[in-house]
Ligand binder design. Structure first.
Ligand SMILES: NC(=O)C1=CN([C@@H]2O[C@H](COP(=O)(O)OP(=O)(O)OC[C@H]3O[C@@H](n4cnc5c(N)ncnc54)[C@H](O)[C@@H]3O)[C@@H](O)[C@H]2O)[C@H](O)CC1
Ligand SMILES: [K+]
Length: 215
């Protein structure tokens, strides 16, 4: 059975990796994007027209980095932000700068029927309240369209600890879990919404005395 973690645990491990081991968040974001590219390129997904839906925090930064890597690998990809990019984190803005210089195409609004694959990089472990109404409507509409979604870290709208749906959640065919699978992907509606969970190592450093709360 794969090791499961809570949101607090993964945040503590990430903080230790950044603050003690000295690997920056940007390094971890790049590792997450590279690990995702590896999974996508393994042949199980139709990469003929990829749409990356990016949020404004760490999950979004992963998505923008992935869009850059897909573009550099000559895979057709479009990047669409969910939310006002002017309010994005510094990490997202830095990723967007690099992606733009590489020539990554932006979309303001997409028809969710068009893409061969949708990457959910909107919210991850930082989800802390119900999704905004407008986003709830968008996700519920997307769930009714026959498309393939791969979620980064967690399906957007799923609580990392309880697996509950926070207003709405985007149903994924697969979820790429960075470092360790979040326990919410095995609980309540999280299990159904996450699809096949694929844990991927991103080089996190565990404190030597670290004890997982879920054995
Ligand atoms: N921390 C690291 O070193 C790494 C993180 N990775 C990725 O980052 C996310 C976690 O990032 P975080 O910024 O903490 O949270 P989110 O991106 O999930 O959310 C962004 C931001 O949005 C706000 N927010 C939360 N809930 C809501 C809501 N319902 N409505 C509106 N806004 C909301 C809140 O301020 C959040 O901070 C993690 O999942 C990984 O994908 C890297 O992969 C590895 C390194
Ligand atoms: K996500």
């Amino acid at each position: 059975m794969t090791q499961l973690v809570t949101a607090d645990e993964i945040k503590a491990i990430e903080a230790y990796t950044i603050n003690e081991a000295g690997l920056s968040a940007a390094v971890l974001t790049e590792r997450a994007a590279m690990a995702t590219l590896q999974v996508l390129a393994a042949g199980r997904f139709d990469l003929s027209n990829v749409l990356v839906l990016a949020g404004l925090g760490g999950n979004g930064a992963d998505g923008v980095a992935l869009a850059r890597l897909l573009h550099q690998a000559k895979i057709p990809v479009t990047l669409q932000f969910v939310g006002n990019v002017n309010r994005a984190s510094q990490a997202v803005k830095e990723q967007l700068h690099a992606a733009t210089l590489c020539g990554v195409q932006r979309a303001e609004k997409s028809d969710f029927k068009e893409p061969s694959l949708i990457i959910d990089a909107i919210f991850g472990t930082g989800l802390n309240k119900d999704l905004p109404e407008g986003l709830q409507k968008m996700l519920k509409a997307a769930n009714h369209i026959d498309n393939t979604v791969v979620a980064l870290d967690l399906p957007t709208g799923i609580d990392a600890n309880t697996g509950e749906i926070r207003g709405a959640a985007l149903k994924a065919k697969a979820t790429i879990a960075f470092g360790f699978e979040k326990v919410g992907c095995e609980k309540a509606q999280g299990k159904k919404m996450a699809g096949r969970v694929i844990p991927q190592d991103i080089g996190l450093v565990l404190p030597e005395d670290f004890i997982f709360s879920i054995q």
